[in-house]
Ligand binder design. Structure first.
Ligand code: PGA
Length: 253
């Protein structure tokens, strides 16, 4: 049985005080997680230290939303994986569609970041997903296959234990338009099959593939009960403790 990972991508929300408040509420709402469930919160960089300290001893793990592909140096505005580790991060989201769309991140760059994260022992949540145009053109499978092959290039089977994949259809992110459970399951299957082709089936069966895109308390159970859906990457609904907790509770027992 695969672990279920529910991650909260806070995006560019919550300053330090708001982070304290939300973490306090989350800990109260979910003092314990269901068996087999891991939950990660990914606040902005400026809140990582605060969140990390406040989460110590709690059921939640800490993640970042991005990191540099470099170790250190003259990279103004960048944050290294080593810095993330130092504030308690165990996870890092890589290649979110907003990074791809607005900051020009390519599969090649995401691949470099994933390799850097692996070298530091960070678990990467690698995001893939098609645009509405691509879905309507009938090339969803092709798009996510290219993304997964490109972002995993040169990553050995041993390292795959520290890779999580998130399928996030771009048209479902922040739009309130969620993929149907069947649409999600279909793409998750394509991704798992592709991972099996790159490695083998035993490995592919162990990879956690999250769904992301307008996951809310009222649709979470339907999506999370699909056989190849192993959790969720949650945006909007993770900014309130009660809705994030409700999504965690919607995981299949
Ligand atoms: P959303 O965001 O839940 O607000 O659609 C998901 C994400 O961008 O990871």
């Amino acid at each position: 049985m695969r672990t279920i990972i529910i991650a909260g991508n806070w995006k560019m929300y919550k300053d330090v005080q708001e982070t304290m408040d939300l973490v306090t509420q989350l800990k109260a709402a979910m003092p314990q997680l269901p068996a087999n469930v891991v939950s990660v919160i990914c606040p902005p960089f400026t809140s990582l230290q605060t969140a990390g300290a406040a989460l110590r001893g709690s059921a939640f793990k800490l993640g970042a939303q991005n990191m540099s592909q470099h170790d250190e140096g003259a990279h103004t505005g960048e944050i290294s994986g080593k810095m993330l580790k130092a504030v308690g991060c165990e996870y890092v989201i890589l290649g979110h569609s907003e990074r791809r769309q607005y900051y020009g991140e390519t599969n090649e760059l995401i691949n470099q970041k994933a390799k850097k994260a692996l070298s530091l022992g960070l678990i990467s949540i690698i995001c893939v997903g098609e645009t509405l145009q691509e879905r309507e053109a009938g090339i969803t499978g092709q798009v996510v296959t290219t993304q997964i092959k490109g972002t995993l290039l040169g990553i050995g089977p041993q390292d795959m234990a520290k890779i999580v994949v998130a399928y996030e259809p771009v048209w479902a992110i922040g739009t309130g338009r969620v993929a149907t459970p069947q649409q999600a399951q279909e793409v998750h299957q394509i991704l798992r099959k592709q991972i099996a082709q790159l490695y083998d089936w035993a490995l592919a069966e162990r990879i956690v593939i999250q769904y992301g895109g307008s996951v809310k308390p009222d649709n979470a159970a339907d999506i999370l009960t699909q056989s190849d859906v192993d959790g969720a990457l949650v945006g909007g609904a993770c900014l309130k403790a009660d809705s994030f907790a409700a999504i965690i509770k919607a995981t299949k027992p």
